[in-house]
Design a protein around this ligand. Structure first.
Ligand code: HEM
Length: 421
């Protein structure tokens, strides 16, 4: 971990407790003196931002649950009751719904940062895989949570997504329908579905918190990577976590929270879908069923593939492939700062994800009209999907073999203390 512990209990109770359960020693060694590379930049504050956002989601969620009714008859009205009659209920709900969006903003920055600086590479593979697991759990939690207000988008979103499991009928007759009706607790999305989704939506954040504990543990074994992607060579390359990074993280967390409260107070419905203010109606299908913005790139991939089973495999594959990139990337150099070719493909990948997100938000038959030529967005999404997978394979392994990286600095200290170019 951080090498020899420097913790010295100051009181006799402290000494007594420390020799029985060294909890304070653990906190001291991991949060105060932990040697951290001295060159961590702004992008490294997002781990702290995510921790704060997870806390906010759990606290606001628990209070919302005190007023929420998980039944087809009661759900929509109980949410309206929270908005209108519960003291500060509107605030709790807007904090929770916009908190989910901000949580995803932070997780995407955090993941792209990891990709750019090669933080998934040895010896941080387990740390990365735990991150992918957290991301998967976050998506599941958000999807389940979105069904709870029992508006039109809640109901039809849940219907569309759970129906995709029926694609497994193509592997074995009855398998997919079996899984779907097991998920529904009936023959379609119903009261029973809402009830179990509520139960799981309450449970998953605590599982996420547990995996975050492992994630941070797996971080503290090899220590942080850094923007240069080179290893720490000695004490001259590090700073104690406190006060340097506690203060830096606190500053950026505060900036992030300003954006968050801006959204909560000035544009609380900006990212929501107005159709979700219409109570769920199983006999009226909305014209366009769209998930929340953070799931749109995957939704675009799914919709771009005409064969249902292949679509579902692509959807899950798009997330699963992330777990393999520590081994797909063959480069000896971690950070894109020193990888001129990878840097270009990385930024193309970011644009690709944005384009896919855009495609996912449009209706299925939308098209771009370029000088009289109509290009169906479904084709844009297909090319986007191809690049998404192509970036990980074959580009990642290939680039590592053919690219000539720029020379690496001798150490973090020499790079940081060198005069600016
Ligand atoms: C609830 C969600 C998450 C929380 C609370 C969280 C927390 C943290 C914290 C506190 C750090 C150390 C500070 C920092 O580097 O920013 C960290 C590092 C890291 N996280 Fe996460 N994380 C989350 C999700 C993820 C996800 C989804 C991934 C990737 C799929 C990921 C991958 C990483 C990696 C690779 C590092 C090491 C970065 C480096 O040292 O360069 N994390 N995380």
């Amino acid at each position: 971990m951080s090498g020899q512990s420097t913790y010295v209990p100051k009181t006799s109770f402290g000494r007594w407790f420390d020799s029985r359960l060294p909890l304070m020693r653990f906190a001291h060694d991991t949060m105060l003196t932990f040697p951290t590379p001295r060159n961590l930049n702004f992008w490294y504050a997002f781990g702290a931002v995510l921790t704060v956002m997870l806390g906010i989601q759990i606290v606001t969620g628990i209070v919302l649950a005190m007023h929420y009714i998980p039944s087809g008859d009661g759900a929509f009205d109980s949410v309206e009751n929270i908005m209108r009659d519960v003291n500060y209920g509107w605030l709790l709900r807007y904090m929770h719904s916009n908190g989910a969006s901000m949580f995803f903003v932070a997780v995407y920055v955090h993941m792209f940062r990891g990709l750019y600086y090669g933080s998934y590479k040895a010896p941080r593979e387990v740390l990365w895989i735990l991150g992918v697991l957290i991301y998967l759990l976050m998506m599941a939690t958000a999807f389940l949570g979105y069904t709870l207000p029992w508006g039109q988008m809640s109901f039809w979103g849940a219907t569309v997504i759970t129906n995709f499991f029926t694609a497994f009928d193509q592997i074995h007759k009855g398998l997919g329908t079996g899984i779907a009706s097991w998920l529904w607790g009936g023959f379609g999305v119903s009261d029973a579905t809402l009830n179990r989704f509520y139960s799981l939506h309450y449970l998953l954040p605590f599982i996420i918190a547990g995996v975050v504990g492992l994630h941070v543990w797996a971080l503290h074994v090899p220590g942080n990577n850094n923007p240069l992607g080179i290893d720490v060579k000695g004490p001259q390359d590090t700073l104690p976590f406190h006060p340097y990074y506690t203060m830096k993280d606190a500053f950026y967390v505060a900036l992030f929270l300003i954006l968050y409260v801006g959204l909560v107070f000035y544009a609380p419905n900006l990212l929501g879908n107005p159709d979700n203010y219409i109570p769920a109606n199983p006999i009226v299908t909305p014209t366009d069923i769209v998930p929340e913005w953070y799931l749109l790139p995957f939704y675009a991939m799914l919709r771009s593939i005409p064969q249902k089973l292949v679509g579902v495999i692509v959807l899950f594959g798009a997330i699963l492939i992330l777990a393999f990139i520590p081994w797909l990337d063959t480069s000896k150099v971690r950070s894109c700062r020193f990888r001129p070719m990878m840097k270009v493909f990385f930024w193309l990948f970011v644009v690709d994800c944005l384009v896919l997100g855009y495609c996912g938000a449009q209706s299925v038959d939308a098209a771009w009209n370029l000088g009289g030529i109509s290009i169906g967005l479904v084709w844009v999404a297909r090319i986007g999907t191809l690049y998404y997978f192509g970036f990980f394979f074959p580009l990642m392994p290939l680039l590592g073999l053919i690219e000539t990286p720029k020379p690496l600095p001798a150490s973090i200290a020499t790079a940081v203390l060198a005069p600016a170019e």
